[in-house]
Design a protein around this ligand. Structure first.
Ligand SMILES: CC(C)(COP(=O)(O)OP(=O)(O)OC[C@H]1O[C@@H](n2cnc3c(N)ncnc32)[C@H](O)[C@@H]1OP(=O)(O)O)[C@@H](O)C(=O)NCCC(=O)NCCS
Length: 244
């Protein structure tokens, strides 16, 4: 994946190289370790969300919340309890956009405020490894299969595509509140900043287009998706018009 931005990551705290690679200015990315220590920092209401979960889930949840609060602090905001809807998307403070991801070896959050000019963001991390072929079949369209770049491992390419679609989902679901399947998202890679465009059209809804970027570290693939706030509201191609 030599054509993707390669970033160095700290073990904990703000990840400035990753934020620059994935997002416009005004978005910070923070990383936290998934261990028992951070569970003690959870707010009582946050803890209730994972009180019956297995340790791994509780530790990852705590790391994600801690990373999100680190992001809020980096933006000069007070850290606050971050609760979620029944569909698990977070209720961010007013004027804040954010997204959390956890995978083996990386838990982090991307958080932005009005300075980013963004209405919504998605952020996803995956281990740098091949996506299982049966999963790849569900994730990639024929067009995406055909656009596989030469010199890139096919399984890793599938994982990158999977991650990009996860980022698209995380970005759009909180705004649209409709289920979006892998088959509803068509990706086209290329262009500036190792980016992609995603045409999203859930069944029965109007299409919209959002944008994202990709980066790698030694062990992980990262993707973002973001929706810019346009003058006077949202309009194509960054539009949200899935109302039916
Ligand atoms: C949300 C989803 C995309 C990723 O979740 P995951 O596999 O647990 O992966 P990650 O760890 O990277 O992300 C989890 C975080 O995403 C966020 N998230 C969960 N559901 C969300 C939603 N509906 N909308 C936005 N963000 C969401 C949460 O912050 C969650 O962490 P938390 O529960 O600790 O707060 C996936 O689980 C899901 O719901 N998929 C169904 C839809 C889908 O996959 N469609 C195909 C892609 S287009």
């Amino acid at each position: 994946m030599s054509h993707l931005a390669h970033v160095n990551l700290p073990l904990e705290g703000p990840c400035s190289e990753l934020a620059r690679a994935l997002f416009p200015p005004g978005v910070v990315v923070c990383r936290k370790p998934a261990d028992q220590r951070l569970v003690a920092e959870l707010d009582e209401e946050e803890l209730q969300l994972v009180v019956r979960a297995v340790d791994k889930r509780r530790w990852e949840f705590a790391a994600g919340r801690s990373a999100a609060k680190c992001g809020l602090e980096e933006l000069g905001r007070a850290p606050t309890a971050l609760l979620a809807s029944a569909e698990r998307d977070l209720r961010w403070p007013p004027g804040v956009v954010g997204s959390i991801t956890h995978t083996e070896g990386f838990c982090g959050a991307a958080v932005g405020d009005g300075r980013s000019g963004l209405t919504a963001i998605g952020f996803d991390a995956e281990r740098m490894r091949s996506l299982a072929p049966d999963v790849a079949k569900m994730v990639l369209s024929a067009g995406e299969e055909a656009s596989w770049p030469s010199g890139v491992d096919r399984g890793i390419w599938a994982m990158l595509t999977f991650s990009a679609k996860e980022s698209v989902y995380k970005c759009l679901f909180p705004l649209l509140r409709v289920q979006i399947g892998f088959e509803d998202v068509s990706l086209e890679f290329g262009g500036p900043n190792q980016g992609f465009s995603a045409r999203v059209q859930p069944t029965g809804h109007q299409a919209t287009v959002v944008f994202g970027r990709c980066a790698t570290s030694n062990d992980h693939l990262f993707t973002s998706c973001f929706l810019r706030t346009s003058r006077g509201g949202l309009h194509p191609p960054d539009s949200v018009a899935l109302g039916g």
